[in-house]
Design a protein around this ligand. Structure first.
Ligand SMILES: [Zn+2]
Ligand SMILES: [Zn+2]
Length: 97
């Protein structure tokens, strides 16, 4: 099942995933240090892609909830909609902070 190999020496077994990009494996710190001058360009690019993907995944959700949230939450009109509004503002607060 595990087909992972150290991307420097090809060793299998006890490997560490690059903590920066989570894309390549190393058998140890020695191989990671050896490969770093070559890998850092890819690693930083990949980190940026991961950050962008996460931002994109969060963005539409925030917009949808903002559109749904009423400007003035009426407390006594409908229990169902006020619960939804409270939940929405809680989620917005979490995303924005
Ligand atoms: Zn290695
Ligand atoms: Zn990396």
């Amino acid at each position: 099942m595990s087909e992972e190999r150290c991307c420097v020496c090809g060793a299998t077994g006890d490997l560490n995933l690059c903590s920066g990009c989570q894309s390549v494996y190393y058998c140890g710190a020695e191989c990671q240090a050896k490969d770093w001058p070559n890998h850092k360009v890819f690693c930083k690019k990949r980190q940026k892609e991961i950050a962008q993907q996460m931002a994109q995944a969060q963005a539409p959700q925030t917009v949808a909830w903002t559109a749904v949230t009423p400007k003035h939450a009426a407390p006594s009109s409908s229990a169902e909609s006020s619960t939804a509004a409270t939940r929405a503002s809680m989620i917005i607060g979490l995303v924005q902070t």
